[in-house]
Design a binder for this molecule. Structure first.
Ligand code: GUN
Length: 287
């Protein structure tokens, strides 16, 4: 039996349609929601992500500002720009694309963003609020995954949820959100002794490892919901160079009940929730 696909493109299109309507309502009230994006350096993957974010803003009628700095920029320049954006009432969301070059203290940069414009939800104050179950901004990738689970009616309360990966961007906030909805949550990582023991117990399995097709069908419980956050490329074989996830899709889909494809799964939802957070920030500013 083959798993049913969770179509991130279709869900994104539907949510973005609603966001465009909300953006139009705001504009009619004199507020134009605006996202400011800061990119340091020329990492090709980051350039693609930032371009996609800026284009997505444009498509729902939301202007964005983009500041691109050379890799060796003095961090003081970036801090000064963040301070200016914090103080600018026309800017509702500020995003600094990660990773930053090594001479930056990334935690200090994230801490410099005003918490009420931190649409990534990475500021310590927002991370703390998420842990307390009263979040201001939910980090975009886990937020998008929760929307995907809800759209498919996946039962979370009481489910065994296993998150593979413990990053601040995905793994940790993902675990918090599943916990807040009463799943029993396990977080696995590079030091986990027997990864397959844990993943085989999962009713909901979230793979956010960053390693090509690491989760294979034999590691998945029959009927499980499998969410693939990976964005890798086949390193060999006939599909070499093509996009693939952290899950070996061909073997996993034979076992899983529901599965997200790569591309066309979690990726578009991440950007959609960034738009949602920015719009929400603008709506709050109006109140
Ligand atoms: N780098 C990879 N994912 C993200 C993200 O969601 N936000 C930011 N700011 N940087 C990233």
């Amino acid at each position: 039996m083959s798993a049913r696909l969770i179509d991130g493109n279709a869900l994104s299109t539907s949510i973005r349609g609603q966001l465009a309507e909300r953006a139009a309502v705001l504009k009619a009230k004199g507020v134009t929601p605006c996202l400011a994006v800061i990119l340091v350096g020329e990492d090709p993957a980051s350039q693609v992500y930032v371009r996609n974010k800026v284009n997505a803003c444009e498509k729902i009628g939301m202007p964005s500002l983009q500041d691109v700095y050379p890799v060796d920029v003095d961090p003081a320049v970036v801090f000064a720009r963040i301070a200016a954006l914090n103080a600018d009432p026309a800017v509702h969301g500020i995003l600094v694309q990660l990773p930053l070059p090594k001479h930056f203290d990334a935690t200090a940069v994230l801490a410099a963003i005003a918490p009420d414009k931190d649409v990534d939800g990475f500021h310590a104050e927002n991370v703390g609020s998420l842990m307390q179950g009263k979040s201001r901004f939910i980090p975009c990738t886990p937020y998008g995954i929760m929307k995907m689970l809800a759209s498919e009616g996946v039962r979370i309360a009481g489910a065994e949820a296993v998150v593979v990966g413990r990053s601040n961007i995905v793994g940790k906030p993902m675990a918090m959100l599943l916990l807040a909805q009463n799943a029993t949550v396990t977080i696995c990582h590079s030091q986990t002794i027997d990864l397959a023991f844990h993943t085989r117990r999962a009713d909901i399995l979230v793979a956010a490892i960053g390693r090509e097709r690491m989760i294979t069908g034999d590691m998945i419980k029959r009927g499980a919901t499998v969410i693939d956050v990976g964005m890798n490329r086949y390193s060999s074989g006939p599909k070499q160079g093509k996009l693939c996830g952290d899950v070996d899709f061909d073997t996993a889909r034979e076992v899983a009940g529901l599965i997200t494809p790569v591309p066309g799964g979690v990726g578009p939802m991440t950007i959609t929730m960034l738009l949602a957070n920015t719009l929400e920030s603008a709506e709050r500013a109006l109140q």
